[in-house]
Design a protein around this ligand. Structure first.
Ligand SMILES: [Zn+2]
Length: 134
């Protein structure tokens, strides 16, 4: 493994740890509505087994991870001088990044159930009350 591959892992660890730390204070915006998930989040949600996470929250993780993946892929593409296609380097980097995130899966699942799921349950209960009140 090259130095830049190790740097990718370090970057992903730092991004994931920062996102986890922010989870404790993240608030669900009930007025934001569900605008649907972007293709980036669809791609990673499946790999990370995080399909249930609100898109606004998931996007805060997928965006910097994808940034690190693209940076790493273009850097190693330069190093290898086109011996491997840019697309396959990107896929490789994306898989490597996903493994790093998955290594944190139990910590992520814990934080989601502690901080995010109660908010979703409260919002769902409020929506049901509003429907009943009509
Ligand atoms: Zn997204």
């Amino acid at each position: 493994m090259g130095a830049s591959a190790l740097r990718l892992e370090r970057d992903i660890d730092r991004i994931t740890a920062g996102w986890l730390a922010d989870l404790a204070t993240w608030t669900l915006d009930p007025d934001a509505g569900e605008t649907g998930t972007c293709t980036l989040c669809l791609h990673y949600a499946e790999r990370w087994q995080l399909d249930e996470v609100p898109h606004a929250l998931l996007h805060l993780l997928t965006l910097p991870v994808e940034g690190a993946v693209v940076d790493y892929a273009s850097e190693s593409f330069g190093e290898r001088r086109g011996a491997v296609s840019a697309g396959s380097l990107r896929n490789l980097a994306s898989r490597q990044a996903s493994l790093r995130v998955l290594a944190q899966h139990s910590a992520i699942a814990w934080a989601l159930s502690a901080y995010v799921e109660p908010q979703i349950r409260r919002l769902a209960a409020r929506l049901l009350e509003e429907i009943d009140a009509r």
